[in-house]
Design a protein around this ligand. Structure first.
Ligand code: DGI
Ligand code: FE
Ligand code: FE
Length: 194
């Protein structure tokens, strides 16, 4: 770990995060970190890593579109035409860069969980799955279809929960005429097959 995450309760990290993403998004991040820690207990993953990945998963959310593009480009990460048209999708990839550069996170598992948290991907690691699911089910989330059922399922079979989340997201994107990223479809297809 780098210099910013030096104190036990990540006080520096929390202050920096709250200042850059605002209190509402900060509360969401706290919800994701606690939920991720619980899922890590259930699935035998590192609880502290899950907590920290959850806390920082949206750390790039305060960046403007041009900054998201710039951050991702600077790190040499390829940007698809769909991402160019929908730069908000880049907050996960940019988040892994920000977590490393600004928050001093070197842990590859944490960085990849942040990187893939929006679309997911086929064959996710346990920590990647945990952050993907915790983001959707954390206690501050409301008004999502079937949320109670997804919350319960997350602690029974996390792959089934991923399938349910992807289905909801795809339905939402179609209903609202939004562009669908290949990765979002691939994640659904992979976890649907079980
Ligand atoms: O950052 P959060 O709001 O906490 O959650 P997130 O990172 O999962 O982002 C959720 C948003 O991402 C949600 O509004 C749907 C959107 N999203 C997910 N997959 C796709 C997508 N948006 C587009 N345009 N295309 C996708 O494939
Ligand atoms: Fe996000
Ligand atoms: Fe989030």
């Amino acid at each position: 770990m780098g210099s910013i995450v030096i104190d036990e309760n990540y006080e520096n990290c929390r202050k920096l995060l709250k200042d850059s993403i605002g209190s509402k998004r900060y509360m969401h991040s706290i919800g994701v970190s606690n939920t991720a820690a619980c899922l890590a207990m259930r699935y035998g993953s590192d609880v502290k890593k899950a907590y920290l990945a959850g806390l920082l998963h949206d750390c790039a959310k305060g960046l403007k579109d041009v900054q998201l593009v710039e951050t991702v480009e600077r790190a040499g990460i390829e940007i698809s035409p769909l991402e160019t048209d929908n730069p908000e999708l880049l907050h996960s990839k940019a988040g892994s860069v920000v977590a490393k550069d600004k928050y001093g996170i070197d842990d590859k598992d944490i960085l990849s969980a942040i990187f893939y948290h929006t679309t997911g991907k086929p064959g996710m690691t346990v920590l990647e799955k945990i952050i993907f699911v915790a983001d959707y089910i954390e206690p501050n989330r409301t008004d999502l279809p079937g949320l109670d059922d997804i919350r319960k399922t997350a602690f029974v079979n996390i792959d089934t929960a991923i399938e349910m989340i992807c289905k909801n997201t795809l339905d939402y994107l179609k209903k609202n005429g939004k562009a669908i990223d290949r990765a979002t479809v691939d994640t659904y297809e992979y976890y649907r097959r079980g």
